[in-house]
Design a protein around this ligand. Structure first.
Ligand SMILES: Cc1ncc(C[n+]2csc(CCOP(=O)(O)OP(=O)(O)O)c2C)c(N)n1
Ligand SMILES: [Mg+2]
Length: 274
């Protein structure tokens, strides 16, 4: 798509904070760390049609860290899947936008997620299914660095390599924090690049994980790897809460934080630079 990707990122960030601000609480840190990835995927990389969310042979995105739902919804609304007004119904009674992703409620959501580890397995299954069908789709999935502690991740990782799923491009949001502290202190997952390589994956390490141009470059490299018989893991070194200084400064406390509408407006002003 022909677009100003930095402006797309700003729009998605603003809509994410406003929806969480309306609700009053949410997974703001882990939403803001993945906005740049979502923008690049939905606006530049994925073969999708917002008017046909279930189009056969489309590329899929499975957000295994399902608590980043609000950022995915803001991305989908900006991309034209549904009206932006809906974003202000986040997790309200009867809404089609629950705080975690639900494929049976929301246009554009490819898998129901929220129980950490499971979405990644579903993505591996979708990649295998796509290869069996021969529909040429690329399957994208996103896990958290804390989520990487789940045993289920490594079972699926082993299976994906064994089945040579080179149509699968996964990302780890390496923001350094999980629900109650620093990943390195709670249960260190490092060295992630060595672990994924040992599991038979092609690994790309992106130092600037919140730079949409660096993300796009990594995806292009992953796509060139297709035919090589290995799935790709892109490690994105991100900042939890990226783009809003007072949320970044909270560290682990920004995982599932209270956010008033006033705070949200303050965040929007910073994102917009006004
Ligand atoms: C199986 C499972 N256990 C616990 C939780 C509760 N939980 C939600 S988010 C989270 C922390 C995840 O950390 P990370 O993957 O690093 O997420 P991020 O930093 O990107 O928000 C936890 C423990 C869950 N959703 N699923
Ligand atoms: Mg994390």
């Amino acid at each position: 798509m022909d677009c100003d990707i930095k402006e797309v990122c700003r729009n998605i960030r603003c809509d994410t904070v406003m929806s969480i601000g309306r609700l009053g609480v949410g997974h703001i840190g882990g939403c803001l760390s993945v906005v740049d990835l979502l923008a690049v995927l939905y606006f530049e990389e994925m073969r999708i049609d917002p008017k046909q969310p279930r189009m056969a042979g489309r590329d899929r995105f499975i957000c295994s860290k399902g608590h980043a739902g609000p950022a995915v919804y803001a991305t989908l609304a900006n991309r034209g899947y549904f009206e932006k007004d809906l974003l202000l119904t986040l997790n309200a009674g009867g809404t089609n936008l629950p705080s975690h992703c639900d494929m049976n409620r929301t246009a554009g959501i490819d898998m129901t997620t929220g129980s950490l580890g499971q979405g990644f397995s579903c993505a591996v299954g979708a990649a295998l299914g796509s290869q069996v069908e021969g529909d040429g789709a690329t399957i994208y999935t996103l896990i958290g660095d804390g989520e990487s502690q789940e045993g289920q991740i490594w079972e699926a990782a082993m299976f994906a390599a064994a089945k040579k799923l080179d149509n699968l491009i996964a990302f780890t949001d390496c923001n350094g924090y999980q629900i109650d502290g620093a990943v390195a202190e709670v249960n260190d997952v490092a060295p992630l690049a060595d672990k994924w390589a040992a599991f038979g994956w092609h690994v790309i390490d992106v130092a600037e994980g919140n730079d949409p141009f660096a993300i796009k470059d990594a995806i292009e490299r992953a796509k060139r790897n297709r035919g090589g018989g290995k799935p790709t893991m892109v490690l994105l070194r991100t900042v939890k809460g990226c783009g809003v200084s007072f949320i970044e400064a909270m560290g682990a406390l920004n995982h599932n934080a209270a956010l008033s509408e006033e705070d949200a407006c303050r965040a929007v002003a910073e994102i917009r630079g006004v």
